[in-house]
Design a protein around this ligand. Structure first.
Ligand code: CMX
Length: 472
């Protein structure tokens, strides 16, 4: 192992942390944490040598063990269930749903620090948990909020790029474009071009990830304000948290319930283990040592697909179409008929089904609980609740989907529209801001653990036929 990684944790801090090798110009060494509070980078660096040793030992002692088999059906079935990825932040159980570093959403809601007077966890805390495995202290989370605010300035040319997009360009395409353009600022790309020791990769990846996350609310808000409002974006308030700033820059900062919703939304949409399209795409592109900017843009492009993140946009549009047809009659029979008309038209019921989950998504449940607390009488929420009651038996009768229960996307749009964020085409951008908080910690971990370029094996149908002894 190279000398820098053989060092103990304090030595690591001295070489990597006390004199950071790279910092964003906006951040510029500003001390966001009190003298006694360890920063996120320090916390991660402290834990890193043990993590590296753990993986090394596992590979050395058990590297040749067989952990599964692969059928031809899996190969032709989107690689479902094939164990081939490492993802530290979260694991998805088909029945229990997502756990972030072993903690359920409910546990995260209880344990993660909140804003003063707030109810919902701050996404800063979730990011910290995903990266380090530790629940941060309140002071650490406040420090991280300040650090992101300090790094939030978006380069002028990126703002101009967004401003020049036609308002008819889908917000996700604008978002991906802006994130790609941030490549210009990538410390990783610049350092790599100069030539760096691979043991230092993670630090540049960390700095880029922090800069990138910090800029996303301003970018996302600029797209929203350009396409749907007056094009003016409020500046980031440096003493406020990430969720508040996003809500405020979108134009909803005065509504404290919407701010709380943003904090919850950003927390629960962040991570869903490694095999989903956005997470896997980010990881895959990152494995070629593309910068965090280019890697995240790849993930966002995948999130923009209707079978993945875009489903939240589809759900609200579908509910609104349904409302036009059923009017005020949301009786069981009326909803059932509408569901069948969707299925008989060869369409999917958006927001229902999942590649891994086999029960109601806990992310759906937490949003439903939020709605029950804040908007129990909203007509669209009542419609969503009716669909929740009627759709599962209809989908079971339809007999195709392996999971007739709702996923996260079945609920989010209804909460956003209640507070006046009614532009469904925009919703996936918010999902993308949150997803960055889940996929970037893993990218940092990938570089810290020295994960190699990803390269699974492919064959032609003829070659597979030969492999299984089939005559075609
Ligand atoms: N409505 C109608 N049919 C559905 C269905 C739904 N909600 N969900 C699955 N099916 C169908 C599939 O289209 C498939 O049909 P074919 O055999 O004709 O191709 C069959 O049921 C089996 O699919 P599956 O194994 O249950 O589901 P997959 O793992 O292939 O796909 C998903 C999972 C999410 C893409 C699918 O359930 C779907 O299209 N749901 C609606 C879109 C949606 O809500 N996506 C968001 C998922 C969450 C996220 O990633 O953000």
């Amino acid at each position: 192992m190279a000398s820098s990684l053989r060092l103990g944790s304090s030595a690591l801090r001295t070489s990597f942390i006390s004199k950071p090798i790279v910092q964003s110009a906006a951040y510029n060494g500003l001390r966001c944490y009190s003298a006694k509070t360890k920063s996120l980078k320090e916390t991660f660096a402290d834990k890193l040598p043990a993590e590296i040793e753990k993986v090394k030992k596992l590979k050395k002692e058990h590297g040749s063990k067989v952990i599964g088999e692969v059928t031809l059906d899996q190969v032709y079935g989107g690689a479902r269930g094939i164990k081939s990825l490492v993802w530290e932040g979260s694991v998805l159980d088909p029945m229990d749903g997502i756990r972030f570093r072993g903690k359920t959403i409910e546990e995260c809601q209880e344990l993660l620090p909140k804003a003063p007077g707030g109810e919902e966890p701050l996404p800063e805390g979730l990011f910290w948990l995903l990266l380090t495995g530790e629940v941060p202290s309140e002071a650490q989370v406040r420090g991280l909020s300040a650090e992101w605010a300090a790094r939030s300035d978006v380069p002028k040319f990126v703002e101009e790029l967004i401003d020049r997009c036609p308002s008819t360009l889908h917000p996700m395409a604008q978002f991906s474009l802006a994130v790609t353009a941030l490549e210009h600022e990538s410390a990783f790309a610049k350092a790599y071009a100069k030539g760096i020791n691979k043991k230092e990769y993670w630090q540049y990846t960390f700095e880029d990830s922090m800069d990138l996350i910090a800029k996303l609310p301003t970018i996302a808000a600029r797209i929203y304000r350009n396409v749907y409002k007056d094009g003016k974006v409020a500046p980031v308030q440096k003493d406020k948290d990430y969720g508040f700033n996003l809500a405020n820059q979108l134009g909803f900062g005065e509504n404290k319930d919407f701010v709380e919703l943003m904090r919850l939304y950003l927390t629960i949409h962040s991570d869903h283990e490694g095999g989903n399209v956005s997470a896997h795409a980010t990881h895959l592109v990152g494995s070629a040592l593309s910068s965090p900017m280019l890697s995240l843009a790849a993930g966002l492009n995948g999130l923009a697909g209707p079978l993945h993140g875009l489903a939240n946009q589809e759900v609200l549009n579908w509910l609104q179409e349904m409302k036009k047809v059923v009017g005020n009659d949301i009786s069981d029979i009326s909803i059932k008929d509408y569901l069948w008309s969707t299925l008989n038209a060869g369409r999917v019921v958006p927001g229902y089904g999942h590649a891994v989950l086999r029960k109601t998504d806990p992310r759906y449940v937490s949003q439903r609980q939020f709605a029950l607390r804040h908007l129990p009488d909203d007509p669209m929420f009542k419609l969503v609740s009716q669909v929740f009651k009627i759709a599962p038996p209809v989908l079971i009768e339809h007999g195709k989907t392996k999971n007739p229960w709702p996923n996260v996307d079945a609920h989010s749009g209804v909460l956003l529209q209640y507070y006046g964020l009614t532009e469904a085409n925009y919703y996936t951008v918010l999902f993308g801001v949150s997803r960055a908080l889940g996929v970037l910690p893993q990218l940092i971990i990938d570089r810290a653990l020295g994960m190699p370029i990803e390269r699974p094996k492919s064959f032609s149908t003829e070659a597979y036929a030969k492999l299984v002894g089939a005559q075609l």
